[in-house]
Design a protein around this ligand. Structure first.
Ligand code: AMP
Ligand code: MG
Length: 495
């Protein structure tokens, strides 16, 4: 299954290391041709970053390209094998059921990036699925990925979306789409789980490949697998802290949806919190609230423990020693998470590093106030920045319990950094977005796009590009959803 190094390609300089170096870890496969491809979205800035030269493609050629009807030279499309714990239950064989990795390119910063299709038809891993995706959810993935990126949070991103001209069968017929996704890699915790069931040499091969790709400084060092586990743990601690600080709820944190590279990935049913409540959950299938907002750090740690289990034979000859080493890393997760969250929350509060316990208490008491008064999470932080400039009224207007708010504000004033109020407020605004992808706006945009009107999608996408800048012309995107909308709001995955 060795693939020859790719020939010089028109516009795409592929170097497909996964297909080349990991034979047997995937099925070589082809996208299904689609009847009438129409380009719905192209992320030109991302194409530039990836050094993709699309100048020779006209619109029809781009549509054929990103539909999978005409693959670029040098592509080696493969369906990657992986397993995963879904809602705590182990599924030994998942894999790319509706996705294909088409190749890797080196971007302008020298970083290796995967290009993958989502919605490109059935594969050997499709089980009962049709291998397809719908326009709405794929454009939703564009919006959320670009929003996360603009917020400075590591994430997979969409390069293109093509309408396929097919109707796909869901609860009702929906227009089909194929999305081209860009990722640091598509190696998941579940990828390790898949190969951990076989020979230990397979896990070693995968681990060495992954280390070379994501943690090259560790390659060849003693105890590199333990250091690798620590590095993955660190990335997840940092990532989930960033999610929590913007109110992002991934929605389906199964181990197959956790990237070893530490990017946000497979956020199908994700949603942003509106009024603050730690138990917030939107996913229709998450009946127990396993992946509710407040559970995300603990779930990340649980998932990392599943990764650690796959690495045990590589950590030490003695099982007991391997378990002790792995446990040391996994047990360290809550503290690593706390450090990242604390650093982030200090920036949001606009306070310098001080006594950790006192700063945590200040932050948690603030969140307690938000919860008690059902205050919009995003707006509250933003108006706290106004308060830093002495404009208290907009903040007070969000609360009913003014006594409690004033008492907290007095504690906060004592801890605030610097005496230049304007600079202080500006710094806080840089840590507290004004615009997040509000659920009602996302649904509105995605529904219109499914009916053929892309204007609301494009308007929302533009608004999400500069989340920290307040622009009165974009005020409708900063407004919370009506409470009744949020109360009834449900998201779906695999759609
Ligand atoms: P998800 O929870 O959406 O990340 O997907 C879990 C698993 O289901 C993965 O193996 C996917 O490839 C597979 N899957 C999801 N939707 C489909 C579909 N429409 N057809 C085939 N496989 C799918
Ligand atoms: Mg997935």
């Amino acid at each position: 299954m060795n693939h020859p190094a790719s020939a010089p390609a028109i516009g795409f300089l592929f170097d497909n290391s996964y297909a080349r170096d990991l034979p047997g870890f995937y099925a070589a496969w082809k996208p299904e041709a689609v009847p009438a491809p129409v380009l719905l979205y192209l992320n030109q800035a991302l194409a530039d970053e990836l050094a993709l030269d699309l100048s020779t493609y006209d619109e029809a050629a781009l549509a054929a390209l990103f539909a999978g009807n005409r693959l670029p030279d040098g592509a080696t499309p493969i369906a990657q094998a992986y397993a995963g714990h879904q809602f705590g239950q182990f599924s030994p064989q998942l894999g790319d059921g509706r996705a294909l990795l088409i190749g890797e390119v080196i971007d302008r910063h020298g970083r290796r990036r995967d290009l993958a299709f989502k919605g490109s038809g059935r594969t050997p891993f499709s089980r009962r699925g049709d291998g397809k995706a719908a326009v709405g959810p794929m454009l939703r993935e564009v919006l959320i990925g670009e929003a996360m990126h603009a917020l400075g949070i590591p994430t997979t991103r969409a390069l293109a979306v093509v309408g396929t001209g097919e109707q796909i069968r869901r609860e009702r017929p929906l227009p089909g789409a194929n999305l081209t996704r860009v990722a640091a890699s598509h190696i998941r915790v579940g990828t390790f789980e898949f190969f951990a069931r076989g020979a230990i040499e397979e896990v070693r091969l995968l681990a060495d490949y992954t280390i070379a790709r994501h943690d090259p400084a560790l390659a060849g060092t003693a105890n590199r697998y333990l250091a690798f586990l620590r590095a993955v743990t660190e990335r997840q601690a940092a990532l989930v802290a960033q999610w929590m600080l913007v109110g992002f709820i991934h929605g389906v944190m199964n181990t197959d949806n956790m990237s070893i590279a530490g990017e946000t990935i497979d956020f199908g049913p994700c949603a942003f919190m509106e009024a603050y409540h730690p138990r917030t959950v939107f996913s229709s299938i998450d009946e127990q609230g396993r992946y509710a907002y407040r559970n995300q750090p603990a779930v990340a740690q649980w998932n990392l423990a599943r990764l650690a289990e796959t690495l045990l034979p590589l950590l030490a000859d003695e099982q007991q020693e391997a378990v002790a080493l792995a446990t040391g890393v996994i047990d360290g997760f809550p503290e690593r998470y706390r450090q990242h969250w604390l650093a982030g929350v200090r920036a949001k509060l606009g306070i310098p590093a001080g006594d950790a316990a006192a700063d945590l208490a200040l932050a948690e008491d603030w969140l307690g106030l938000l919860q008690q008064d059902k205050v919009d999470f995003t707006l509250a932080w933003r108006r706290l920045a106004d308060a830093a400039e002495g404009r208290l009224a907009p903040l007070q207007a969000l609360f009913t319990d003014h006594l409690a708010l004033d008492a907290w504000l007095q504690r906060w004033q004592v801890r605030r950094a610097g005496d230049d109020e304007k600079a202080h407020a500006a710094a806080m605004r840089g840590a507290n977005p004004w615009i997040i992808p509000r659920n009602h706006r996302v649904e509105e945009a995605v529904d219109a796009a499914s009916d053929g009107d892309l204007a609301p999608f494009l308007a929302l996408l533009a608004a999400l590009q500069r989340p920290f800048e307040e622009n009165p012309a974009l005020a409708r995107f900063a407004e919370p959803a009506p409470a009744a909308f949020t109360a009834a709001y449900q998201t779906f995955c695999g759609t």
